[in-house]
Ligand binder design. Structure first.
Ligand SMILES: NC(=O)C1=CN([C@@H]2O[C@H](COP(=O)(O)OP(=O)(O)OC[C@H]3O[C@@H](n4cnc5c(N)ncnc54)[C@H](O)[C@@H]3O)[C@@H](O)[C@H]2O)[C@@H](O)CC1
Ligand SMILES: [K+]
Length: 556
């Protein structure tokens, strides 16, 4: 199980650990790990061109110390001081190692067209450096935590506007092999302000490999929210523990590969704010039929889906349940989808419904899938009412969500409800614009779970599952190929099978998303391909557990 945390959780853990260690130890550990990853990204450190974008906080400090380590190994390191402050210890270390320092205009005696001059920058001409050194605050030596004000030559930099980014800095970025993004880390709040926003954009557009320090600047570490320009990293080196914003989109898409550097935070971390399943976790949760199994023990799924207009949704949802290993699938619906389901899935037990009729006595069912292709008229509402009146778990998807958005009281029931909306459907349920939900997926999945009293699986670029106070489960499998018609119906069927097998809605939803993602990872795929890939995905995770059963259990 991968775990991830909010900024506040990380800060609290860091404070507890820091109290036991000499000042600067954590930053030293962070910078050492960061420098190792940067060196790996460069391949050859000696003679490489590295630009450090240093913000005014400790994130900038990490970047400067790592820059110093690279400079000591022969890299031509150029730090751009972007903030109204600078981390004094980091700056001093970089200078000692022969790194160059420039302000935003690209000035400081450097010749940006020839950044290879190597360690002879006239730092006395860099205003921020001057005032940092002269302020008397902070240690100025070693790995101190203090940042000092660096207004420079009587001109206070306005962090809201900031000075313009000059052509010299642009040239530096264009000529770099590696850019280290140390603008902001977990201390970032809201959209990037200038000049950070411009620097983030230039770094993203430039040719260099970008390594983000802790989080890509512009990404909200706690949620993955991106409210404006943000760094697009090839690698993010994160310290102590993963931040939720590195796993959930849109932040995850900016983070690239995430490398975790251990700084000793483990014992001080609280329960995580989010988690992500691995193969081993899923394998341990999936039901395995034993010698005593029969179709009832393995779980009977009821599917109430499809309409005379939408027959395919019924076929796909039923198929998802069949192929995920349900003991039995019962289908209840009108004549047209009945004919299609019967033709494609002879193993399914069918109850034809007359227009306006509810599910009535269909026989034993352990969980229902309600909604794909159901329609939203009175006939569909009658079916939805009857399914939600049952006393077993119900998964509500697609048209079922439209029906419950208009009839909230249907969600008041004692057995669990799992809803599986995409952002558009959730926008109708919560009356919040879709774009807002897409930008804040973790927050809104949680809010839906809270407000509606249900388990929520929010589909999309990152699928997230929220329930009560439990860590949000972020799904790491899948690809953009899954964004094609009908895949949601398959997911509903897979999750329905797991609910019927006895998994709680939180586990059923997150395992289903995981398997569905594996089944659809290699595109292009149709919904039918995903359906066909589900048994292979189940076998794949089960086989993994077979290989390293012991290790997996230990990891948990
Ligand atoms: N606390 C610790 O023990 C450790 C912290 N570390 C580093 O310290 C970082 C946190 O440092 P800080 O708390 O100093 O915070 P940051 O350095 O992340 O950010 C604070 C700075 O960014 C500016 N800022 C915030 N939001 C902005 C925005 N939207 N636009 C422009 N500027 C913005 C602030 O004015 C301030 O100068 C971590 O991400 C990590 O990189 C590591 O050294 C490991 C140890
Ligand atoms: K950063």
């Amino acid at each position: 199980m991968l775990t991830a945390y909010t900024s506040d959780q990380i800060r609290a853990a860091e404070a507890a650990l820091m109290a036991k260690l000499p000042e600067g130890t954590l930053m030293e550990r962070a910078a050492a790990g960061l420098a190792v990853v940067c060196a790996g990204a460069l391949g050859t450190v000696y003679g490489s061109r590295v630009v450090v974008l240093a913000g005014g906080g400790d994130n900038g400090g990490d970047a400067l110390y790592a820059g110093a380590r690279l400079a000591a190994r022969g890299a031509r390191v150029h730090a751009v001081l972007a903030g109204a402050r600078v981390h004094e210890g980091g700056l001093a270390a970089l200078r000692r190692a022969g790194g160059r320092v420039t302000d935003l205009g690209g000035a400081a005696g450097e010749t940006p067209a020839d950044p290879a001059g190597g360690g002879t920058a006239d730092l006395a001409r860099d205003s921020a450096t001057d005032s940092a050194r002269g302020s008397g605050k902070g240690s100025g030596q070693g790995l101190g935590k203090g940042s000092v004000q660096g207004p420079g030559k009587g001109s206070v930099r306005d962090p809201a506007k900031g000075p313009a980014v000059g052509a010299g800095v642009r040239r530096l970025l264009d000529g770099a092999d590696l850019v280290v993004d140390g603008l902001v880390g977990i201390g970032g709040t809201g959209a990037l302000r200038e000049p950070y926003a411009t620097l983030a954009r230039l770094a993203a557009e430039g040719p260099a490999t970008v390594v983000a320090v802790d989080v890509p600047s512009g990404v909200d570490a706690s949620t993955g929210r991106v409210d404006g320009p943000a760094v697009r990293a090839d690698v993010t080196v994160t310290f102590g523990a993963r931040k939720i914003g590195l796993l959930a989109d849109p932040g995850a898409a900016r983070a690239g590969r995430v490398e975790l550097v251990d700084i000793g935070l483990g014992p001080y971390l609280p329960d995580p704010g989010a988690s992500a399943l691995t193969d081993a976790d899923v394998a341990l949760m999936l039901p395995r039929p034993g010698v005593e199994s029969d179709k009832y023990r393995r779980g009977v799924v009821g599917v109430a889906a499809g309409s005379h207009r939408y027959t395919g949704a019924a076929v796909l949802a039923v198929g998802g349940a069949v192929r995920a290993g349900a003991g039995m699938v019962r289908y209840a619906g009108p004549a047209e989808p009945v004919a299609q389901v019967r033709a494609r899935w002879p193993e399914v037990v069918i109850t034809p419904l007359e227009p306006g009729e509810g599910i009535g006595e269909v026989g034993r069912v352990q969980a229902w899938v309600l909604g794909p292709g159901l329609g939203t008229g009175p006939e569909a509402l009658a079916v939805a009412r009857s399914v939600l009146a049952s006393d077993v778990p119900v998964l509500v998807d697609a048209d079922g969500l439209t029906l419950v958005a208009e009839n909230r009281s249907l969600l008041r029931r004692s057995a669990p409800v799992l809803i599986t909306p995409h952002a558009g459907e959730l926008s109708r349920l919560l009356d919040v614009p879709r774009s807002r939900i897409e930008a804040r997926r973790v927050e809104y999945a949680r809010r839906a779970a809270d407000e509606l009293g249900v388990t929520t699986l929010l589909k999309g670029s990152t699928t997230v599952v929220a329930e009560d106070e439990r860590p949000v489960r972020i799904n790491l499998t899948g690809s953009s190929w899954l964004a094609t018609a009908g895949t949601g119906d398959v997911l509903a069927g897979v999750a329905g099978a797991l609910l019927a097998a006895g998994l709680g809605p939180y586990d059923a939803a997150s395992c289903a998303a995981y398997l569905h993602g594996l089944a659809g990872r290699n595109g292009p795929v149709s919904a039918w391909d995903v359906l066909s890939g589900v048994p292979g995905a189940v076998r794949e995770v089960m086989d993994r557990l077979g290989e390293d059963d012991g290790a997996a259990k230990l990891e948990r």
